[in-house]
Design a protein around this ligand. Structure first.
Ligand code: ATP
Length: 235
């Protein structure tokens, strides 16, 4: 279980996260809604070990995520799929995927099995395996990005804005894959501005405003909340 307790992050004198409390269980998809600048990426960078907090704790199954190297967090079961995908555009799809398995480099048989699993999850990538990742459509690139994070065999997937710039039908495909990953026992923390699509697959969620949790609740509670409806669902 991911347990975040009173987590604060400063950039110099600016506080980007104020005493955040948040949990994700392995069986859950938890959405984090918030406008640009609310602090979603800061939280993910902190959980990935890329940003040091100024206070509080974040643990995965009791092990701290905030004290060591990012590679340790990945080996500990927490993988991030970053906003903007950050693929290596010149490399083939399969080389990008294999890079995601870096922490399992001493287990090539396990990596081969995982490759087959991610190709099953995203069949559209099979015929693209030897194609440069940068030449794929936006939707396929997002699939590569998610597949690459799954190559680390995470138990918790941090997904930052996976729907950004994608057509509604492609968003549906990507989110359906996320549900299948979750059904296989991977907890998902999903940062999204596309509240409608995200609440469609999430079990619970939080609304982040100015680095603070302003609202939290079940999928139903958030979907029917007037503040969420007017600010994030355009109703
Ligand atoms: P976006 O979706 O645009 O990435 P976000 O919710 O992920 O938004 P963050 O990127 O976490 O938000 O930023 C939270 C706040 O911290 C913003 O006000 C931002 O300007 C500020 N911030 C982010 N990174 C830095 C930095 N390296 N130095 C100073 N301030 C920063």
């Amino acid at each position: 279980m991911l347990e975040i307790r009173d987590l604060s992050v400063n950039y110099g004198h600016f506080t980007a996260l104020h005493s955040l409390n948040l949990t994700v269980s392995p069986g859950e998809i938890v959405v984090m809604l918030g406008a640009n600048g609310a602090g979603k990426s800061t939280l993910f960078r902190t959980l990935s070990g890329l940003q040091r907090p100024s206070g509080g704790t974040a643990t995965w199954n009791g092990v701290s995520l905030t004290g060591g190297k990012p590679e340790f967090n990945v080996a500990n079961g927490v993988a991030q799929c970053p906003e903007g995908r950050l693929l290596f555009p010149e490399l083939s799809v399969e080389k990008n995927l294999r890079l995601g398995a870096f922490v399992h480099r001493k287990d090539p048989a396990g990596t081969a099995r995982e490759l087959e699993r991610v190709y099953e999850l995203f069949p559209a990538l099979v015929e693209k395996r030897n194609v440069q990742a940068g030449s794929l459509s936006g939707g396929q690139q997002q699939m590569v990005a998610i597949a690459r994070s799954l190559m680390a065999r995470p138990k918790l997937l941090l997904l930052d804005e996976p729907s950004l710039g994608l057509a509604p039908l492609v968003v549906e495909q990507v989110f359906e894959a996320v549900q299948r990953v979750n059904a296989a026992g991977v907890g998902v923390l999903l940062a999204e501005q596309n509240a409608y699509a995200a609440l469609g697959i999430a079990h619970r969620g939080y609304v982040l405003e100015g680095g603070r949790v302003s609202l939290q609740g079940s999928q139903h509670e958030l979907m029917t909340d007037d503040r969420v409806r007017s600010a994030y669902l355009g109703v």
